[in-house]
Design a protein around this ligand. Structure first.
Ligand code: ADP
Length: 621
C-alpha cells in the first residue's frame, strides 16, 4: 500500500473547448449560485441509483451493506463544504472522460451565442447543458474529488482542479465506496457554509431525492414517492416542487396529468407539460430525460424513450409500474410488451388531456401549441394509430381570424361557405406576407376562408392530411383547384382571340422558364401569379427542400394571367400594334419576375431592378 501512497500525481490538460467553457461558467455565471448544490446532489443521487440498480443482480460489490445516502458537511469558520455519497463511485477513466470533458458537443457554441446575445447564463441554461459538475466553480477556486468505484478491485483516487487549464489524478487509500467532493468556498459564497442556508435550498430543490440527505446530523428531505399518494392528497405546491425537481425547470409547469390505472397493465404516472420549449425543441438535449421509469418505487432509468413516442418527448414526469421485474435491463425496457402497452395508454391519455385543455383552458392550450405544436404535429406522419386525434389538435390562423387567433379544422368546416367543397390553405413565412399574396384574391372575393400555414413544419404535415371530414385539403398555390369564378363571365375581360394572341406572346417570351401560361380565374386585382402544376410542390415546401438540398432546383410554374387587368389590356393593345415591341417583351419578363419575387423565388434581383428602371424611363419619356 505504501507504494500506492507515493504513486506520482498525474497532471492532465483540459481540451481547449473545456477551458473556454470553464472560463464562461466562472466569469459569466453570476445568477443562481445555489445551482451548484442542486447539481452535486443530483450527481450523488444518480450514483446512488446506479449502485442500487447494480445490487439488484450483483451482491458482490464493495461495501455491499452500506446505507445509501448523501451527507453534507459544512464549516462556517473555515468556509468549507463537502458532499459525500455511497454511490457507485468513479474509476480513473470516469474521472477523465466524464468529469474532464463536456457532455454534448454543441454546448460551448450555444453558451457562447447566448452570452453574445446578452442572455443571462442562468441555472436553466446550465441544467440543460450537462455542465452540471462545473457549476461548482461559481463558488470555489479549487475542487477535490475523492472517489472509489464499487468494483472490489478498484482503487481510491483523488482528482483536483482549479478549473483553469489542468487537473491532477493520484491514487489514495480510500477503504469505502462512493465519492466525496470538497472545497473551500469563495468569500462571496460564504452562505453555503451555513447549515440553515444549505437545508433551505435542499428543501426547495431536492426534496424529492430518493435517498436521505443529511446536513450535519439531520436528515433534511422527506424521501417520498409523490405519485403513490392518493390524487386528492397531493397539494398543488408539491406538484410544482416535484416538477421543478425532475425537470430542472425553474418555472412551474403549464399543466399536469395524474394517472393511476389497473388492468392488463397497472401503473401510476405523474406527467407534466412545461410552460416553455427548450431553446431548440428539435434537438432537445434533455429529450432523453423525458420520463423517469420506476418499478415498485425503485428508480430504473431516466432516459426512457420507450415510454413515449418521439413527438411527445416534451412531456416530463414519472411512470411507476409493478409489472416490470426490478432488474429489468435497458434492452428489455426497449422491447418489453408491458412497456409497449404503457406507451400506448400514455399516448392516448396525453392526447385526450390536450383535447380537454383545448376545450376547457384554451389560453393554456394556445401556449402549449405555440411551444410544442411543431413537434406534436410530426406525430401525424409517424403515429398512424393516433393520427386522427392529432389532426383534431391542429390550430391555424386564417384569412378570417385576428392576428393571434387560431381555429381547428373542425371550426373551419363549420363555417365553410355554402357550396364550398374544399379546405383551402396557403403556406408561407409569415401572416402579413401571406395576406398580401395575389393568390388570395379569388378567395377573398368569394369569402372563402383560407388557412395560413406559417409554421415550417406545416408543409410537411398538412399536405399529408389530404382530407378532413371528407373535404379535400387544397393548396391554393396549385393549379388543380376547382375554381368556379369563370361562370360569372367578366364583361371587362379581353375577348378570347385577343387573350389567346397575348398569351402566345407570353409563352414565346418566357420560353422554358414556365411550364405553361393560362388565363387566370383566381386573380382579381393583380395582373399575374405563378402557380404550381399538378405534379409540383407547394412554393413553401419547395423552398424548404431547396434549403435542405442545394442541388434541388424545383419544378417549373404555370403563369396565370388576369385578362381583366388594365395592365394586361394595355399589353394586348401593344401586341395588336406590334407583337415584337421591346416594351411588351420587357413588361412580360418583368411581370413574371415580379410574381417570382412575391413567392420569394426571385434569383436575379439586379436584372429585375435594371429592367424596372428601363421601363420607368420609357414611361416618363
Ligand atoms: P451530468 O450529471 O449532466 O452528466 P456532470 O458534469 O454533472 O454532468 O457529471 C458528469 C459525470 O460525472 C456524471 O454523468 C457521472 O458519470 C460522473 N459523476 C459526477 N458526480 C458523480 C458522483 N458523485 N458519483 C459518481 N459519478 C459522478
Amino acid at each position: 500500500m505504501a507504494a500506492k501512497k507515493t504513486a506520482k500525481i498525474k497532471e492532465f490538460e483540459y481540451k481547449a473547448e473545456m477551458k473556454q467553457l470553464l472560463n464562461l461558467i466562472v466569469h459569466s455565471l453570476y445568477t443562481h449560485k445555489d445551482v451548484f448544490l442542486r447539481e452535486l446532489i443530483s450527481n450523488a443521487s444518480d450514483a446512488l441509483h446506479k449502485i442500487r440498480f447494480r445490487q439488484l443482480t450483483d451482491k458482490d460489490v464493495l461495501d455491499a451493506d452500506a446505507e445509501l445516502k448523501i451527507s453534507i458537511r459544512v464549516d462556517k469558520d473555515k468556509r468549507t463544504f463537502s458532499i459525500e455519497d455511497t454511490g457507485i463511485g468513479m474509476t480513473e477513466a470516469d474521472l477523465m472522460e466524464r468529469i474532464g470533458t463536456v457532455a454534448s458537443s454543441g454546448t460551448l457554441e450555444f453558451l457562447e451565442q447566448a452570452r453574445a446575445e446578452g442572455k443571462e447564463l442562468d441555472a436553466n441554461l446550465i441544467g440543460q447543458f450537462g455542465v452540471g459538475f462545473y457549476s461548482v466553480f461559481m463558488v470555489t477556486d479549487e475542487v477535490t474529488i475523492e472517489t472509489r468505484h464499487a468494483d472490489k478491485e478498484s482503487t481510491g483516487l483523488r482528482w483536483k482542479s482549479d478549473g483553469s487549464g489542468t487537473y491532477t489524478i493520484e491514487e489514495i487509500d480510500r477503504p469505502h465506496r462512493g465519492t466525496t467532493i470538497s472545497f473551500t468556498l469563495k468569500e462571496d459564497a460564504a452562505d453555503f457554509a451555513e447549515e440553515f442556508h444549505v437545508k433551505h435550498i435542499i428543501k426547495k430543490y431536492s426534496n424529492f431525492v430518493d435517498f436521505p440527505i443529511y446536513v450535519g446530523e439531520e436528515k433534511v428531505n422527506t424521501v417520498q414517492a409523490l405519485w403513490h399518494k392518493a390524487k386528492d392528497d397531493i397539494k398543488e405546491e408539491e406538484l410544482n416542487e416535484f416538477y421543478k425537481f425532475i425537470s430542472n425547470d425553474f418555472d412551474e409547469p403549464l399543466s399536469h396529468l395524474y394517472l393511476s390505472l389497473e388492468g392488463t397493465v397497472s401503473f401510476r404516472a405523474l406527467l407534466f407539460i412545461p410552460k416553455k420549449a427548450p431553446f431548440d425543441l428539435f434537438h432537445d438535449l434533455q429529450q432523453e430525460k423525458s420520463l423517469h421509469l420506476y418499478s415498485s418505487k425503485v428508480f430504473i432509468q431516466d432516459d426512457c424513450k420507450a415510454l413515449l413516442p418521439d413527438y411527445l418527448r416534451f412531456v416530463k414526469g414519472v411512470v411507476d409500474t409493478e409489472d416490470l421485474p426490478l432488474n429489468v435491463s435497458r434492452e428489455v425496457t426497449q422491447s418489453s410488451p408491458v412497456m409497449a402497452k404503457i406507451r400506448s395508454i400514455l399516448t392516448s391519455k396525453i392526447l385526450a388531456h390536450f383535447e380537454d385543455m383545448a376545450e376547457k383552458e384554451p389560453g393554456k392550450y394556445a401556449t402549449l401549441y405555440k411551444n410544442f405544436g411543431p413537434l406534436l404535429k410530426t406525430g401525424i406522419n409517424s403515429d398512424f394509430d393516433n393520427r386522427d386525434k392529432i389532426i383534431e389538435l391542429l390550430r391555424f390562423g386564417t384569412t378570417k381570424t385576428g392576428k393571434d387567433e387560431y381555429i381547428s379544422l373542425k371550426q373551419y368546416v363549420e363555417r365553410m361557405q355554402e357550396g364550398q367543397k374544399e379546405i383551402y390553405y396557403l403556406a408561407g413565412e409569415h401572416r402579413e406576407l401571406l395576406l398580401k399574396n395575389p393568390k388570395l384574391e379569388y378567395f377573398r372575393k368569394h369569402e372563402y376562408e383560407v388557412l395560413l400555414l406559417t409554421d415550417p413544419v406545416d408543409v410537411f404535415v398538412v399536405p399529408s392530411i389530404t382530407e378532413y371530414d371528407k373535404k379535400p385539403l387544397k393548396s391554393i398555390d396549385k393549379a388543380d383547384i376547382d375554381l368556379d369564378a369563370g361562370k360569372d363571365e367578366d364583361s371587362e375581360a379581353l375577348n378570347e382571340d385577343l387573350a389567346s394572341a397575348l398569351i402566345s406572346v407570353f409563352k414565346e417570351t418566357l420560353g422554358d422558364k414556365v411550364e405553361d401560361v393560362v388565363a387566370s380565374k383566381r386573380l382579381v386585382d393583380s395582373p399575374v401569379t405563378l402557380v404550381v402544376g399538378k405534379e409540383g410542390m407547394d412554393s413553401q415546401m419547395e423552398k424548404m427542400m431547396k434549403m435542405m438540398n442545394q442541388e434541388y432546383s424545383g419544378s417549373k410554374r404555370i403563369l396565370e394571367v388576369n385578362i381583366s387587368h388594365p395592365l394586361i389590356k394595355n399589353l394586348s393593345r401593344l401586341n395588336l400594334g406590334d407583337s415584337t415591341n421591346p416594351l411588351l417583351r420587357k413588361s412580360i419578363v418583368q411581370l413574371y419576375e415580379a410574381a417570382q419575387l412575391i413567392d420569394g423565388n426571385l434569383t436575379s434581383p439586379m436584372e429585375f431592378v435594371q429592367r424596372m428602371t428601363e421601363i420607368m424611363e420609357e414611361a416618363t419619356k
